[in-house]
Ligand binder design. Structure first.
Ligand SMILES: Nc1ncnc2c1ncn2[C@@H]1O[C@H](COP(=O)(O)OP(=O)(O)OP(=O)(O)O)[C@@H](O)[C@H]1O
Length: 241
């Protein structure tokens, strides 16, 4: 594993019953990069990221985070995870939710209060802090989930389709925040099936049918396939062109 490698996926395969959903995946992700996992629905992106946070166990292979083999409880504070299904307490206010997650991550007192204010500003929910989450819209819940993942300023952010249901203006400002975090050395893994979002990543891993079919910068992936778009590059790597 290289010096600045934060995530190391070593020869991972995963089967659910007879269905093989991940097939021999090898991948390293480094400090200070935004890495996009790109692939169609059902390709296996969520299964990869769930393994990285210890919610799923591979059938074969090993996942390493910060030189520690997963699953490991020690890593709870080092990674921030946003799942596709919002893990929020609906009967609590946004503030109570963030206080709960903050406590889980070891934040308290003034620092916790300050971070709650900061993350709610980032996702533009400052005015809805005391509202019950059951009264939030779908997009607001997504934004609150993102706020929770950002709360403890983890060195690694793992975000499963973070901007689905978020309008373009806010999406842009959230991406600016990702760039800012990356400049500070944070590694960010985002799953997406949106091509314009994939373009914004430093490197991409293209996933199809549980296989990692290509890894590289968006520019490399386009150049290597003689493609004008990431979408076309994906089709070439997938053997469809
Ligand atoms: N717990 C499970 N039991 C059985 N099959 C599962 C389970 N979790 C995932 N799968 C299957 O694994 C495959 C990959 O699913 P996964 O959620 O990783 O895809 P994805 O690329 O994240 O898709 P999406 O973009 O729709 O979220 C799918 O065929 C899915 O049905």
């Amino acid at each position: 594993m290289g010096n600045s490698s934060i995530v190391s996926i070593k020869n991972i395969s995963k089967s659910f019953g007879k269905q093989k959903v991940l097939d021999s995946i090898n991948l390293d992700i480094y400090r200070g990069e935004i890495f996009g996992l790109l692939g169609p629905s059902g390709a296996g992106k969520t299964t990869i990221v769930r393994q990285l946070v210890g919610l799923e166990i591979p059938t074969e292979g090993e996942n390493w985070l910060f030189n520690e083999k997963m699953p490991s409880l020690k890593l709870v504070e080092k990674a921030g995870y946003m799942s596709q299904a919002d893990a929020l307490y609906l009967e609590l206010s946004a503030k109570d939710n963030l206080e709960f997650f903050g406590a889980l991550y070891g934040l308290k007192g003034k620092r916790l209060k300050q971070r709650i204010t900061e993350v709610m500003e980032i996702v533009q929910l400052s005015g809805d802090l005391n509202k019950l989450v059951s009264n939030y819209s779908g997009g607001m819940k997504r934004r609150l989930s993102l706020a929770a993942a950002l709360l403890h300023e983890p060195e690694l952010l793992i975000l499963d389709e973070p901007t689905v249901g978020i309008d373009p203006v806010l999406r842009k400002s959230i991406w600016e925040r990702f760039y800012h975090l990356k400049e500070k050395g944070t590694a960010i893994i985002v799953t997406t099936h949106v091509m314009d979002e994939a373009e914004k990543c430093d490197r991409l891993g293209m996933i199809r049918d549980g296989k990692l079919i290509a890894v590289g910068t968006p520019k490399e992936l386009k150049n290597n396939t003689g493609s004008d778009t990431i979408e076309q590059a994906f089709l070439v790597y997938g053997g469809a062109l």
